[in-house]
Write a protein that binds this ligand. Sequence first.
Ligand code: HEM
Length: 117
Amino acid sequence: MRKYIMVIALALVLSGCVWDKDKKISIPENNQNMENTNQANTAASYTLDDVAKHTVPTDCWLASNGKVYDVTSFVDKHPGGEKILNGCGKDMTEFFNTLHAKQSVEKLPAFYIGDLK
Ligand code: HEM
């Protein structure tokens, strides 16, 4: 009788190992996800010439402190009205660091699309 119990116990343990093995099959999938995450974390980079191609209210990029921002969706909301259009396609670092209201610098990260080459 004890022998049968041992056999059943062994069978249960073995089935547990098989189940574990099945579980391990999901590891490559996780690696795949990690690769995707890494890709998503790789910042795009743009030259100032790239930025300079986006100069209209419906497509407005600007650069500041080595970063590039697509502020198109903010053009209509800008408290300073159409003046924001003066900055489309340009490196506005000097302006943001000195003249412009601090609130703009706080808002900029929401529009980040990549780094300036
Ligand atoms: C790059 C070209 C830009 C120019 C020439 C510009 C110009 C101005 C001006 C003249 C004002 C003052 C409006 C007033 O109080 O009468 C203003 C306000 C403001 N701008 Fe801009 N702006 C630019 C870009 C941006 C961007 C990209 C953001 C944010 C992502 C931004 C956010 C703001 C905010 C939050 C205010 C209100 C500040 C306050 O109430 O003290 N601006 N802007």
